[in-house]
Design a protein around this ligand. Structure first.
Ligand code: MN
Length: 449
């Protein structure tokens, strides 16, 4: 399987899912507006290749992940099988390999030649504080034990060689940075911008800090991810990336960051965040700049596939008869189980809340409820649930610092709802049933229907 963005774009274009736009596009709001308007008014979500973005020589690729079919294509799976394909990659990771060089080294700029202002300066929403790089995948190493981590981190461009960075408190990169900063040291970090979507999906894998996202990327690709050494640090980055930004998170410095309109659908205000200083930019010839269309399907689908896979894994560990898991909205999860004995629904709630820091509401239903239909979940909540018996609230936990409903940066309550039939589905009052023979007897054609 090819490991670069370009070969994937060729594949997508051959399936008529890529649209090239040669007319000039203003990076200030127009990129996001194009994606949003096309979805809203034409019900279309193609990949957009914007060939002429004002102020930069680099073309912009956006809306890359906005269809389940395209994500399936990137994983060599069927659209219905993406969750299982991701799970398989988690269970059978493939270790990366280091190669001598790769396309990302075709252009190398270091020191005073580093210029982030030459990149497309995309401002996504009205309230945003400035241009953001939204498709940057961080590659970093634990300064003490050398454990690797990859993650998406939003970067606000602040100058030729400076950005701020949003690091989610208590996640893995944050943990690395805590250790480096405590020693008064910078944390080297490199960002890949513009990669095959299998690499993007792998970066979003949720698991223990010692699970190597690079091996999950390899699991999805079904071959070792090829890595090259950075010019200015000993970090390793994808050899086939369009762009790599090499830098370090500065110790002891914070800067105002945001407002930035996030995947939640809200713009959170300015906060103090860490600063990255850049020492090198390496690129392919004719590099494509990848942008994620914030809060659009592009953004949401990309992150929910890895989340749902991890949650399925976590529930299955304690409730083997789990039927399905879905993340229908920010911070929410639906689980369907074939409950064998009472108590398993609550175990599923505990598994979900324990497995993903972001999830703060879980609804568990029986397997006869289709959790991909919101009305069926609402029906189960309405007809199988008693609030004073079936709701569990856990206070004072760590959640998402992007959740606007929390008082202070993600310190949050979580809740689970057991909407399964009690004492069991088999013993519950029966559902309406139309006799099968009557259904078969009725001939719609004969009745002219
Ligand atoms: Mn990690």
């Amino acid at each position: 399987m090819s490991q670069d963005l370009r070969s994937y774009l060729d594949l997508v274009e051959s399936k008529d899912e890529l649209v090239r736009i040669s007319a000039p596009v203003d990076p200030r709001h127009e990129v996001t507006a194009l994606v949003a308007k096309l979805a809203r008014e034409r019900r279309r979500r193609p990949v957009l290749l914007l060939e002429n973005v004002k102020g930069s020589a680099l073309p912009v690729v956006t809306n890359l992940h906005a269809s389940r079919r395209r994500m399936a294509l990137a994983m060599n799976a069927e659209p219905r099988g993406v969750q299982q394909a991701f799970l398989k990659a988690m269970e059978r990771p493939v270790a990366p390999v280091v190669v001598d060089t790769g396309p990302v080294k075709e252009v190398v700029r270091t020191g005073a030649d580093v210029d982030l202002l030459a990149l497309p300066q995309i401002v996504h929403h009205g309230a945003d504080a400035g241009p953001y790089i939204t498709a940057a995948i961080s590659f970093a190493k634990d300064p003490e034990d050398g454990t690797w981590n990859c993650a998406y981190n939003r970067l606000m461009i602040m100058g030729k060689d400076r950005t701020s960075i949003h690091i989610t408190a208590s996640k893995h990169l944050w943990e690395f940075y805590q250790k480096a900063e405590a020693r008064g040291e910078a944390l080297p970090v490199a960002f890949a911008v513009g990669v095959h979507p299998a690499i993007g999906l792998g970066a979003l894998a949720i698991g223990s800090i010692d699970e190597d996202e690079r091996a999950i990327m390899g699991g999805i690709l079904r071959e070792p991810l090829e890595l090259v050494r950075c010019e200015t640090s000993d970090l390793l980055v994808p050899a086939h990336a369009e762009i790599v930004l090499e830098g370090e998170i500065v110790p002891g410095e914070r800067t105002p960051e945001g407002p930035f309109s996030e995947f939640t659908g809200y713009s959170l205000g300015e906060r103090q965040r860490e600063v990255v200083r850049y020492n090198a930019v390496t690129m392919r010839e004719g590099a494509l700049f990848h942008d994620i269309a914030v809060a659009q399907v592009d953004h949401l689908l990309l992150s929910t596939i890895p989340m749902e896979s991890n949650l399925y894994r976590a529930v299955r560990a304690i409730v083997p008869s789990v039927a399905a898991v879905r993340v229908p909205a920010p911070y929410s999860c639906y689980v369907a189980i074939n409950q064998r004995v009472p108590g398993q629904a609550k175990n599923a709630i505990l598994a979900v809340l324990g497995a993903d820091m972001y999830i703060k509401r879980v609804v568990v239903v029986d397997h006869d409820v289709d959790i991909f239909d919101d009305r069926e979940v609402a029906w189960a909540l309405g007809t199988r649930c008693q609030a004073d018996r079936d709701i569990t609230v856990i206070s004072n936990t760590r959640g998402s610092d992007l959740d606007p409903s929390t008082d202070s940066d993600g310190y949050t309550a979580k809740w689970g709802v057991d909407a399964t039939a009690k004492p069991s589905l088999a013993e519950y009052t029966p559902r309406n049933r139309i006799p099968r023979d009557v259904l078969e007897r009725i001939d719609l054609d004969k009745l002219g229907l």
